[in-house]
Design a protein around this ligand. Structure first.
Ligand code: HEC
Ligand code: HEC
Ligand code: HEC
Length: 447
């Protein structure tokens, strides 16, 4: 708590100074005049369909739809280190949504994080990436949203304390960290690579989760794709510092992003399952382009030139027989049996979760398992939260780390397991489960 307070005091001071420097001129932007909500038949089916695919790539549903609420009606609580921010209603409802917004207001929100009436929006709405979306694509997104069912619903008020609840402060943050503009295309690269760069850096905002953030919540420019945090998950490094036991290539990325699974890498879970659920349904050429571009990133050296330390050959504590027994009884039946899906688990030596320096994803998956997706042949793994206690859990995970990860055990694993149990209780009742997107929408049967 003290740590968090210090961060908040720090951010407040810096933002205050920046805000003062920015002056009142940028602290409030002009309002754009309201219009009568456009009729849905004002938009042709082609542009609406394009907007639908773009909305899927941008994960608009993941943040703007809660379980039991209307599609795009907002109200998802997005926890940040600075408090809780609720997503807006972006249905065309005139009073509580964006029904009165002309296209220009929508384009301005995407390009520069400003609401129709001129107030600044929190960068939880990832406009630091959406700023790179073309006006043509913004127009299609607008057409898609304006043809949704209007839902009358206001999100709860944000739970932020002063001065962060004072929106003109965001102008200071933007001055420091926000750079608007397009993605430059690279003439030496293929059209597919450039399409991938445009999507990854812009609409798909992959870096919003996979890039670490600084104390003021901005992505660290010199650490792009070196691993970030989202909810209680680690979004693995995707550049040269990746800990994936088998290096990612374009084909593997394509399969993983499309179907949520690849035999050399295992499954996408948690927030990544939502991303994959959305990508399973869009034009295959776009998923392919993302994969081609990301394969290049994963081969590129990290900006700071560092590679992950190789696993030390010595220094690994010996696994003991009791720990091996837990594994043999609870896990080996599926993970070493070469059973086919939905029960056959990946060879654990291939799991980034075990090779990663951050054990949280592994703890999450062993506690909660992988749920079946209704009507689909998706992977299934039981959760062990009820059957394995904390002490056994720590012993089991250390055993996996040494045997399959060939690395020394993680520090402070007891605390990680306790935190994950607490977060799991929260997750089951709050943000994650609120989402309407299927929790683990894997293997959706797309080639
Ligand atoms: C990571 C979560 C997240 C994603 C993904 C996301 N949004 Fe949002 N969005 C938010 C939050 C939170 C707000 C509210 C920000 C605030 O109140 O300052 C918001 C606000 C907005 C607003 C402003 C509404 C208003 O009344 O001012 C628009 C428009 C919007 N989002 C559109 C979109 C579109 C279109 C997409 C997909 C391309 C999208 N959002 C994806 C979280 C998200
Ligand atoms: C909302 C946050 C979020 C977004 C946005 C996101 N990811 Fe992820 N990603 C994650 C998390 C969390 C994991 C770890 C999932 C797990 O443990 O199964 C992950 C895992 C991955 C992995 C597996 C890495 C490995 O070594 O196992 C790849 C590849 C990946 N993401 C690529 C992408 C790409 C490409 C995009 C953009 C199209 C993207 N992600 C967008 C959160 C996100
Ligand atoms: C009923 C069969 C079953 C049992 C029992 C089971 N698993 Fe799994 N496990 C799966 C399936 C299916 C997957 C997802 C498919 C994949 O990752 O290839 C999976 C995935 C995993 C992953 C993620 C691999 C990755 O990075 O994608 C880990 C880690 C894991 N299991 C660990 C365990 C541990 C530890 C145990 C014992 C406590 C266990 N599993 C028991 C079936 C099982």
């Amino acid at each position: 708590m003290a740590g968090q307070l210090r961060i908040i005091t720090g951010i407040a001071a810096v933002v205050l100074v920046a805000g003062a420097a920015a002056g009142f001129a940028v602290a409030w932007r002009p309002s754009i005049a309201a219009i009568a909500p456009p009729r849905p038949d004002a938009f042709g089916p082609d542009i609406v369909k394009r907007g639908r695919d773009l909305a899927a790539i941008g994960n608009c549903n993941t943040c703007h739809t809660v379980r039991g609420g209307g599609n795009y009606a907002g109200g998802l609580s997005v926890p940040t280190p600075f408090g809780t921010i609720f997503s807006s209603n972006i249905t065309p409802d005139a009073e509580t949504g964006i029904g009165h917004w002309p296209e220009a207001a929508f384009v301005r929100a995407m390009r520069s994080g400003v609401s129709r009436d001129g107030h600044h929006l929190y960068p939880t709405f990832p406009y630091d990436h959406f700023t790179k979306v073309s006006d043509t694509d913004d127009r299609a997104l607008y057409a898609f949203l304006m043809t949704r069912q209007p839902v009358h619903a206001s999100p709860p008020a944000n739970r932020l304390s002063f001065p962060l609840n004072y929106r003109p402060m965001i102008a200071g943050w933007k001055l420091l960290y926000f750079r608007g503009g397009d993605v430059d295309s690279d003439a030496t690269r293929s059209a597919e690579w450039n399409r991938g760069a445009y999507l990854v850096d812009g609409l798909a905002h992959c870096g919003a989760c996979h890039t670490p953030r600084n104390a003021l919540g901005a992505e660290r420019v010199n650490a792009q794709f070196s691993g970030g945090d989202v909810d209680s998950w680690h979004a693995y490094a995707l550049n040269d510092t990746s800990h994936a036991p088998v290096r990612w290539n374009a084909d593997a990325l394509h399969a993983y992003l499309r179907r949520g699974w690849h035999p050399d890498h295992g499954t996408a879970r948690g927030p990544m399952a939502d991303v994959v659920g959305n990508l399973s349904d869009v034009a295959d050429s776009d998923v392919r382009a993302i994969a081609v571009y990301m394969a290049d990133i994963s081969g590129a050296p990290a900006p700071d030139g560092k590679r992950p330390a190789p696993p030390p050959a010595t220094d690994t504590p010996q696994a003991n027989a009791a720990d091996a027994a837990i594994y043999a009884a609870a896990c080996a039946t599926c993970h070493e049996s070469h059973r086919p899906l939905p029960y056959g688990g990946v060879n654990l030596a291939l799991s980034t979760a075990i090779a990663s320096p951050d054990p949280r994803n592994l703890v999450n998956i062993v506690l909660s398992g992988i749920g079946a997706v209704e009507g689909e042949r998706s992977p299934i793994m039981p959760g062990f939260a009820a059957s394995i206690d904390d002490t056994q859990m720590v012993a089991l995970l250390n055993y996996l780390r040494v045997r399959f990860g060939k690395q020394p055990v993680w520090g402070d694993l007891d605390k990680t397991v306790r935190d994950a149990r607490a977060a799991q209780t929260v997750l089951l009742t709050a943000s994650h489960d609120q989402r309407d997107a299927p929790a683990d929408s894997l293997q959706r049967g797309k080639p």
